[in-house]
Design a binder for this molecule. Sequence first.
Ligand code: ATP
Length: 219
Amino acid sequence: MKRIAFYGGSFDPPHIGHLTIARKLIDLFALDEFVFIPAFHAPHKKNRKPTSAFHRFAMLSAATNKEQKIKVSTAELDAPEKPFTIETQTRLKNEMPDAQIFFVIGADSWVEITTWREWKSVLMLTNIIVITRPDYEIGFSHVTEEIKSRIADLRNKGQEESEDIRLKTKDQKIYITDVVNLDVSATEIRRRIRDDDGGWRKFVPGEVANYIKKYELYI
Ligand code: ATP
């Protein structure tokens, strides 16, 4: 059975946090494929006009070009009238009924998950992987008992122990992992570029830094 993870976001721009998450999860969850899904626009981030989807797609492609297992999907760009995760998730699940599907979200998304359209279904429809992020406490009081019962907490567990837990669980799960805990955000990168602080380059892959410079993004 093919094991495939999907990771949605605005990726404005994609940064080393996103790429590290992809690489580490491929190992930890023995994934065959890891797929970034850039949002046409992020439905939760209405306060700022996002960079053109074409630029965001191109930056993700450049950043992942050499990685065999990491792909970029046009699923949400092809269906801009259906911007919600539940719709993308349902579509992908129907398209690949035989795959074991994981949806990846960051700790900040977990904290505000109850604001997502049909959030309970989002958490039940496929496996979920929640990635810790500095400054975001992962609590459980905001979710239902049924959802709580699906949580497999892999924090403070090594690769072997995590694999054990993962292999033993047959049902769909919500995995919490601290395999990546990087203090990097797209907002901070955009701010540094605006402020002409050259330090932003270390937070993005080289190909993305070149692209941002070439097309004069975020200035
Ligand atoms: P912004 O600062 O614009 O909100 P971001 O850095 O959070 O951007 P997004 O494109 O919004 O990046 O991220 C997509 C997904 O990745 C979200 O679920 C977010 O929680 C998660 N994510 C982003 N950066 C990290 C990180 N450093 N650690 C864990 N999760 C992250």
